[in-house]
Ligand binder design. Sequence first.
Ligand code: AMP
Length: 582
Amino acid sequence: MMKYINLAIAFENMEKTSSRLKLTGILVELFKKTNLQMISKIIYLIQGKIRPNFSGVEIGIAEKLAMKSISKSTATSIRTINKLYNKIGDLGDVTHDVLIKKTQTTFFNEIVTVERVFNTFCRISNLSGAGSQNMKMKYISSLLNDSNPLEGKFIIKILLGTLRLGIADNTVMDALSLAYTNSKKNRKLLENAYNVSSDLGKVAQCIAEHGLEGLDAFKITVFSPIRPMLADRIKNVDDIFIKTKSIVAEYKLDGERAQIHLKNNQCIIFSRSLENITKYYPDVCKKIINKIKVHSAILEAEIVAINETSGEYLPFQELMHRRRKHKIENAILAYPITVNFFDILYLNGENYVNHNYTTRRRKLIKLIDEDDFVKLVRMELVKNSIEVENFLEHSINSGCEGIMLKKIESKYKAGIRGGNWLKLKPEYQNNLGDSLDLIVIGAFFGKGRRTGKYGTVLLSTYDDETDTFPTICKVGSGFTDENLDQFYQALSNKIIKKKNYRIKSKIKADVWFEPEVVIEIIASEITLSPIHRTAYDMIKKDHGLALRFPKFTGKIRLDKIPEAATTQNEIINIYNNQKKKI
Ligand code: AMP
């Protein structure tokens, strides 16, 4: 049994600090106090969840219901609660305040344990349909009846999804490593296990129960997504052939990445950011279950929209029609697709991530019997830059956005951008012709047409070495009215009270956001800047790098998590290349 107050105090302390070191310290103390059975639950709760992201389980309580529950258990009128909410701006804090008044008049009945809170959250998330609202309210009120102010505050915050402690996965792994092995050095082992399971709770449970040996034996399991291997931008094609005689080139299709898990005639598809997207592609599951006869498999493919008459590939945006809430059957008919396989990670109990590219591709060729719907991504062995250029031209002429160059000996490195996959688009070769994927971390209110909305947003790159988000530019151009509405909505539930410790900015924004939304930007060049923090002090003292004339392309990259955005190192490379050309 673990008292919930221990967790609530840790939450309160974490909310107060913006230092990664201090956060880690608080987590280590918390983990040390946690018993074996509870560790995975604690991990989910500190992330404001009850299951890993990919499970799609959400507690999802509406504000109104939370208010009613607070009102019921504190004998405070909804009007008073509303008033306080308007004044304070956070229902967790409101709960805290009204519970302080209540504690002066009543005694508590029962101790609130983490088990009880977690189980109640699970019950709430399982409820649906008629009468479910009343049941949810009963559950919440019963918890609040026994809670002290601090406990109540963090119960409501988790229920509403507003617990934003801003703890990065890496910080949690540092703390787990310190708590269970007394050293940060073993983080790598934890990371490997996380990369193949995408489930920090499961990883924590494993190290707590079995120590480092348990992590060594950590296995890939079907229906737990593997964090996808990522590609680096390539700077100069000739550089590749200095070290290697040949490399494989594949078409880089402009669609949606799909990690397809198959077992016992069941199929689940995960997106690049590991969201379960099966519901958008029922046709894919149906056809693949019939077509690919395996006991179990994990395969990777790019789903691409096509013109059925000409067979031509269509751009990524065409796929977004599948995101409609209703009548997916109509979208299936109106926007036909193909599934283009490019990798195999697991087959009938055997792990393939440690096999090299050639072995994996051979296995894939054996497994996939191509037809109009199911295809293998086109590939060719290339031996010099002329062959690369030719292949690139073919791919562009077929409606692809570029090519992928893959090292023949390379293993599948889950979750890693390790230089074994290189992406080449035609524009990369001329300065900054290519777009960048940047993270929205702040905003400034607009004037005129944009009053009440964000007029300008503050963007960052991702520094994968320190796991932070340094600023690179402000952008206000390229937004249509429709974009602005969309933006306002997409960002409204990402607002945080104060700047997250992972955000590196000298500029003070009107509003700060949890770094989650990635957008596509084009710009004319990269320049030195005394204001922006990307590559700060790395090229010139007291200067960072910034974008000149940045413009929003209209694309919100829903398929990208912030850690998959353009990295600081990529910007430095583009900057250095740009200088060479001048
Ligand atoms: P980017 O989104 O620009 O970082 O490029 C990486 C993405 O390209 C992957 O996540 C896939 O969705 C996509 N892609 C298209 N074709 C391939 C391919 N042949 N191999 C690997 N990824 C591919």
